[in-house]
Design a binder for this molecule. Structure first.
Ligand SMILES: [Zn+2]
Length: 288
């Protein structure tokens, strides 16, 4: 059997990376949909949307707020509201360590960023979730931050705009995460009674407890193209109902067709669309 055994070390044909190829990793990105190369700078200008096929790349919470508010100016709110570890939860690693790692990796204090400012003159309390922080999961801090924005809108007669991007409730906080669904929904019902608008923007992906609560309670529900929107994942559903799911199931366009969302809007037209909605719903409240 010695024939098959390699005694000598393999011939090393690998050359240093920089000698074989020109390193373009910092300049180009390949669109996963149409496979066209895109300049990174071009992508920043197009709000991370492929200029060839319209594929929507992930967008950060900060970018969302900057592109929503007039001149990109807004006041950051509640950065000090962060998750503690109420259950002392440990899975493959302690939840405390997970939070610290997420803070370092994302540069954010939590999975959601809150801000207030003007959108075409309208007073808006906005919040944007960020997938880079523990999968955009909703723990008690995320729930509290959203609730505070709704309460501020109530107090100051503003509108609420929330960009969802979430894997759902944050498991490491157990029931305290699930509680947020009820808490936010209750606050939103007060906003509704006060006749103030809530615009919910669903981005890829919006799932679990976020879909099952505030994301689907918008006066207007806008989805970005081809975003995954659902409660449970398709595999779980197929196993449960023992049926093959239709093509495009749980994507924005399918949900629009079935009446679950009001419109599918390209990110590059998002701000203008939201302004149109606000002009319509806040017409007697426009700031001087
Ligand atoms: Zn593309």
């Amino acid at each position: 059997m010695a024939w098959f055994k390699r005694d000598k070390p393999k011939i090393d044909v690998a050359q240093p990376e920089e000698e074989r190829t020109v390193n373009t990793s910092g300049i180009f990105i390949k669109c996963p949909d149409c496979e066209n190369p895109l300049y990174k700078r071009e992508l920043i200008e197009s709000q991370q949307v492929c200029t060839h096929c319209g594929h929507h790349f992930r967008y950060s919470a900060i970018e969302r707020l900057e592109t929503l508010f007039d001149d990109g100016r807004y006041e950051r709110l509640d950065d000090e509201v962060t998750s503690s570890d109420p259950l002392g939860f440990v899975d493959t690693k302690p939840y405390k360590d997970r939070i610290e790692a997420a803070k370092a990796a994302s540069g954010l204090p939590e999975a959601i960023v809150s801000g207030s400012g003007r959108v075409s003159g309208h007073l808006v309390y906005a919040a944007a979730m960020d997938m880079s922080f523990i999968g955009g999961s909703m723990g008690s801090a995320v729930g509290e931050k959203i609730t505070r924005q709704i309460e501020r809108a109530l107090e100051n007669k503003g509108a609420v705009v929330i960009f969802s991007a979430s894997g759902g409730a944050r498991m490491q906080e157990g029931t305290l995460s699930l509680m947020q669904m009820g808490k936010i929904s209750a606050a939103l019902s007060m906003l509704d009674k006060a006749g103030l608008p809530f615009i919910s923007v669903l981005t890829d992906p919006t799932t679990g407890g976020v879909t099952a609560s505030f994301a689907m309670l918008g006066d207007v529900i806008i989805a970005e193209p081809k975003a995954l929107i659902g409660f449970a994942g398709p595999r779980v559903i197929e196993q449960t109902i023992r049926q093959k799911l239709p093509k495009g199931f749980q994507r924005s366009e399918f949900l629009l067709e079935h009446g679950m969302v009001d419109m599918v809007v390209d990110r590059r037209e998002m701000r203008e669309t939201i302004i149109r909605m606000l002009d319509f719903m806040m017409n007697d409240r426009k700031a001087a």
